[in-house]
Design a protein around this ligand. Sequence first.
Ligand SMILES: [Zn+2]
Length: 410
Amino acid sequence: MWGFKRFLRRRFPWEVGPTTEPRSASGVDVVMEVTQITCAEVQGRMVADPATVLLDVRESGEWELGHIPGARHLPRSEIPGRVAEMIPDRATAIICYCAHGVRSARAVETLHGLGYHQVTHMAGGFVAWEDAQLPTVATAVLSDEERVRYQRHITLPHVGATGQVRLRQARVLLVGAGGLGSPAALYLAAAGVGTLGIVDHDIVDPSNLQRQILHTTERIGAAKIESAQVTLRGLNPLVTIEPHHVRVTQKNAQSLCETYDIILDGSDNFPTRYLLNECAVTLRKPMVHGSVYRFEGQVTVFWPGRGPCYRCLYREAPPPAMAPSCAEAGVLGVLPGVIGLLQAVETIKLILACGESLVGRLICYEALQARFHELQVPRDPACPTCKGLLQERSGDRCSPPATIRGRSPR
Ligand SMILES: [Zn+2]
């Protein structure tokens, strides 16, 4: 158990490890260029010189989940604009820290450039501080309403109040408010995923209601995103729904995806899947994929740089005659429910950084045989979409998106 908790702490939602950090113009990793001190030395300096400013340069969400007592908070991107007001005396001793010691090294450079000359940073960042079992304090809190609503999560190992805050801070884009998107959206909203973007250009048709359980008979003819909003707000008014009443196109796909942490692909056609895949690779965002055909369904997670992408799995779309739509081929109404809920489970695991993800594994469900089976999906080294990406790390464990909330270290 201890090992698992340690793993969770290490995979902090907004942090990118040094291996993925861009390097300085000189090509030399900035971590190596600035002086750093250990956690124990930080403690010693804070006692010896109480005027020293301990500056947390992480983002607000990270600060709220836990920080060092006595620290002051100034996100790295806001240093140039706000530091003079916060610390007027440029001779002040400052110790910066972030999660792992990457962003804080850059903060030291920024502060040096602004004339602060007694600046250093803490090696290993907040993760090292926690590992040393030094005191921390958290300000992220759940409201009384949230504590009641999510009580079964809060008592659950691997979630707890901290996990619930992570869910609240997450942004998930659901592409399609149809058969897969309906169950996924309902459970993600119920679970308290804070922001759900929903893309769908269609209107509710009577033939949708056999499986698209976000919609109702009274709302036939209404836009699906409007119908979805009514249902989801009724289920959980604490969740923000961001409707996108558009068709996903080459022009808008990237702008739709870029402000979200995770893409949940509930689309029903190959052009949209390949388009989303390209966006996911470009933006390096995880995409939780699901598809259904008659009595069979598939689910997996594509995480660019950590596993295969959609085009590694399916190099080309089949000819239309080989891939009839649900309208043409029919689909068992409950089947997208099963697959969409597996997508919701994988999405929540990614946000919470727990368990083993489906990166590199494809689960196939055969309803008639009542059988699940699993296929290993390797990366295709010749994949035209993702071959240029370096393998960041093994994809067999869940870890939060590096770009969660678009906050990759700048
Ligand atoms: Zn690929």
